[in-house]
Design a protein around this ligand. Structure first.
Ligand code: CUV
Ligand code: SF4
Length: 655
């Protein structure tokens, strides 16, 4: 047995992991141990279950079967599996987007007490962009047309997605040449599924391009619509102070955690938790108040719009319950471990599933529908309050850690910030990059993964990037990891950033790491780089910009889709673990090398977060040279690599 890796880099999580161990409560890491050794075929992507002549698997050592019963080769199987996984992710984001548009339609028709149009500036801006008349019409009328138009993007049968018009010309050319211009969100996902059926598409390159098209339909379609409409419905986020980590839970208050993704639910719970009657009810039960906190992306949504504290990221969902003070956890969709249901046997926490799409054995299902949102939200808050007296004082254990942070930067406001109140433009950012004070921009995003020391990969990568004067933008669980480590506080600049980035942060009062939202809000990174291209001076297409991406602990299928649309939009992206494509040298080379010719950017696989950061910095420097920009103003020696790569050694041995 290999020595067990440290499970988390976060002291609060470590405390709860040890506590779980003492209490003999199995958690994700234990279940991972029980899975060892995991299937090498799956890891390499060379097993196929797409028909019942299989399951088939290809011998990676070239001694046994080199094709499935139908004749599919490793290249076909790998590309087909990649496409299927990616479609799961693209579908998840896009279906979330669709739900938000539905809520907008309800608000526009005046059919909802819970949803009102708060982001009127953005509503008018989008109306103008899509050619919806807005002069002399009220918000509801405009929103009705907009909702109708955007719902049409999901079912679009002809032409291409409207948001393709947002994409710089060079990217449009790349996409047209590769035949990957996204057409309709649902269509590109369904066609992708069709392609993976036995005996349909067997050409590995063509399958990969099918992945690209579906991913672009997610990034520039489903996800981007989710972000835009969330801003219209719930208001555009503004930079907001808050706190993150398990220490935000309060022993003397009713603790209600929302976990999952869709702000249609969490936004209404925020409102319900402030209801004076419910607050009085909580007090009547002996609580000092109602403490709402979030986990995963739904946390990011209510953090950036209301400053609601974050209890933790993906791998902390079990740990939060183990504190013994979570009176209710309300979940909807995505990244919710079914395992948490069983924790109800050991802890008093009551867990409620709410989505018509997601039921969990052992949880109480209280279905949430947009048209009676407030009623349901109040019911859920009441159930949390009623469970407060059931706490078992002997099981209460709250880690003290909670860090201050600023979140809530957007494409529209980040650079208003950088531009100063009187000159809202991307000019100062582009100037900073041109001069080499800021070396470039990196998006560090994505999940936690029980295979890798929790949070550590995010933290080491981000610290190395900002030390090298790279401004970092973040979403998802990665943003939460860095928030907990204090990297999202303005003081982080003095402590961790290089001289150039420090100067910028000091001048405009921003942290060196900017929280731009949830996973669907990766679309904010796309629209921000479009603004950088428009501003000019640092590249006239996305692939020329000194901009990079990374997901150093990814696990979900959504991350595959995100990575693919980011790369195909022209941004070099490093991920860990590698995509499960290493059973096909052809597919791996296509993604990590040949993509350069198609899209001006590639994927890269690197486990060590410091090495990965160096790949990113080198790429930024190469882009700077290509643009004829001066070298970075302040260069520092690279930090040494840090991670013992057991995983990589194993993978290499397996190949
Ligand atoms: Ni949608 S997808 S673990 S919550 S970032 Fe978090 Fe983000 Fe990955 Fe899930
Ligand atoms: Fe095997 Fe081909 Fe069926 Fe896949 S589709 S299980 S490779 S026969």
């Amino acid at each position: 047995m290999v020595e067990r890796k440290q499970r988390s880099a976060d002291p609060a999580s470590l405390e709860m992991i040890n506590f779980a161990c003492e209490a003999e409560v199995p958690i994700a890491w234990d279940r991972l141990d029980a899975q060892e050794p995991q299937c090498g075929f799956g890891r390499l992507g060379i097993c196929c279950r797409n028909c019942t002549m299989g399951p088939c698997r290809i011998d990676p050592f070239g001694e046994g079967a080199d094709r499935g019963v139908c004749g599919a080769t490793a290249d076909t199987i790998v590309a087909r599996n990649l496409l299927r996984g990616l479609l799961g992710g693209a579908a998840a984001h896009s279906d979330h987007g669709r739900d938000i548009v539905h809520a907008l339609a309800l608000a526009a028709e005046g059919k909802s007490d819970a949803y009102k149009i708060k982001g009127t500036v953005k509503l008018r801006k989008l109306a103008e962009e899509y050619g919806i008349p807005s002069e002399g019409r009220n918000d509801q009328e405009v929103a009705k047309d907009l909702a109708h138009l955007l719902l049409g993007e999901f079912g679009r049968q002809e032409g291409v997605l409207a948001n393709v018009a947002r994409v710089p010309e060079q990217q449009q050319k790349f996409w047209a040449a590769a035949g990957v211009t996204p057409r309709g969100v649902d269509q590109d996902i369904v066609t992708g599924m069709h392609m993976t059926h036995i005996g349909v598409d067997n050409d590995p390159e063509h399958l990969v391009m099918g992945s690209v098209r579906a991913a672009l339909a997610d990034g520039w379609g489903g996800s981007m619509i989710a972000t835009d409409v969330s801003d219209i419905l719930f208001g555009e986020p503004q930079p907001t102070r808050s706190l993150a980590n398990l220490g935000v839970l309060n022993e003397d208050e009713v603790n209600l955690i929302v976990h999952g993704h869709e702000p249609t639910l969490s936004e209404v719970i925020v409102a319900a938790a402030g209801d004076p009657e419910l607050v009085a009810l909580a007090e009547s039960k002996g609580a000092k108040g109602i403490n709402l906190a979030g986990i995963c992306c739904t946390a990011n949504e209510i953090l950036m719009r209301h400053g609601i504290p974050v209890a933790g990221n993906f791998l902390q969902q079990e740990l939060a319950i183990i504190t013994g003070v979570v009176d209710a956890m309300v979940v909807d969709v995505q990244c919710i471990m079914p395992a948490i249901a069983r924790l109800q046997e050991c802890f008093h926490t009551k867990i409620f599933s709410t989505s018509p799409k997601a039921k969990f054995p052992g949880m109480t299902h209280i279905e949430f529908h947009e048209d009676e949102a407030m009623e349901t939200a109040k019911k859920l808050v009441r159930l949390a309050i009623e469970n407060f007296p059931n706490r078992n004082a002997s099981k209460v254990r709250i880690p003290k850690e909670k860090e201050g942070l600023i979140a809530g930067f957007t494409t529209e406001d980040i650079f208003t910030f950088l531009g100063g109140r009187y000159r809202p433009s991307y000019r100062p950012l582009c100037d900073g990059i041109q001069a080499g004070r800021i070396r470039g921009l990196a998006g560090v995003v994505g999940c936690n993964n029980a295979k890798f020391t929790h949070d550590r990969y995010h933290l080491e990568m981000v610290k190395e990037l900002i030390r090298n004067d790279i401004l970092v933008v973040q979403t998802g669980c990665s943003a939460i990891a860095c928030a907990k480590a204090g990297l999202l506080a303005p003081e982080a600049a003095e402590k961790y950033a290089g001289n150039g980035l420090q100067e910028i942060c000091r001048a405009v009062g921003i942290p060196p790491v900017l929280h731009v939202g949830s996973c669907v809000d990766n679309s904010r990174i796309l629209t921000a780089v479009v603004e950088m291209v428009k501003e000019g001076g640092i590249g006239d297409s996305i692939d020329k910009l000194p901009v990079v991406g990374a997901a150093p602990e990814w696990m979900s299928e959504k991350a595959i889709s995100i990575g693919m649309y980011v790369v195909a939009s022209g941004i070099f992206t490093v991920v860990n673990p590698p995509l499960p494509v290493r059973g096909s040298r052809y597919v791996e080379e296509l993604l990590t090398k040949t993509f350069e010719d198609y899209f001006g950017a590639t994927w890269a696989f690197e486990e060590d977060p410091i090495e990965a950061a160096h790949l990113m910095i080198d790429h930024i420097d190469r882009k700077r040279r290509d643009l004829g920009l001066p070298p970075p103003m302040y260069e520092v020696p690279y930090a040494p690599k840090t991670v013992e790569t057991i995983e990589t050694a194993e993978a290499a041995a397996a190949l």
